[in-house]
Design a protein. Structure first.
Length: 186
């Protein structure tokens, strides 16, 4: 492998969460007496949670809080994409490092524990770390400085991951999951 450091996004990259998040979002819409097609909700969530809320429930002040509570219940059984655990283990076994940057709160740590991949990460940055959200490179620059990262790749599933990685001076890779992560990365 060509890099010493691998900086991962979680949702949509390692964790197959969009389907679960879509189901939770549709359930929350129903709670508010609103309706939307599964596919349109999925597409909007792939852009961002904020985009989806602004599109489907812009006048509902408590929607985000309620959605996150419902989503947390749906995420009690997280599912990794094929090859996720294997590629993380391979990277560590070869003396390289994995980092994770997520917009989620400390719930990320629970997800990592449930999927048994937390030990593969040198550091996990969550929303509670206080950095600006991607596409800001702030969290990446923090890792770059703290760990003296020189040759790294940022791996995500959305353009904001690519933008943040490039702004921090790293190579980037957007995954689509036609292949397993092991095939994509090696």
């Amino acid at each position: 492998m060509n890099y010493h450091d691998y900086i991962w996004d979680l949702g949509g990259t390692l964790l197959d969460n969009y389907e679960v998040s879509t189901q939770a979002f549709v359930a929350c819409l129903k709670k508010y007496g609103l309706r939307a097609s599964h596919d349109l909700v999925y597409a909007k969530l792939k852009e961002s949670t904020k985009v989806a809320i602004d599109y489907f429930a812009p006048d509902e002040d408590n929607f985000l809080q309620d959605y996150k509570a419902i989503e947390e219940q749906y995420l009690k059984r997280p599912i990794l994409f094929e090859g996720a655990r294997d590629i993380l283990a391979k990277i560590v076994s070869e003396g390289s490092r994995n980092f994770l940057i997520s917009h989620r709160n400390q719930q990320v740590l629970t997800i990592l524990d449930k999927t048994e991949i937390r030990p593969y990460f040198t550091e996990v940055v969550t929303s509670e770390s206080g950095f600006a959200r991607k596409p800001s490179p702030q969290s990446l620059l923090y890792l770059k400085d703290k760990y003296q990262i020189q040759k790294a790749i940022v791996i995500g599933d959305r353009d904001i991951d690519r933008q943040a990685g490039q702004a921090a001076g790293f190579d980037t890779l957007l995954v689509e999951h036609e292949k397993s992560l092991m095939e994509i990365i090696t």
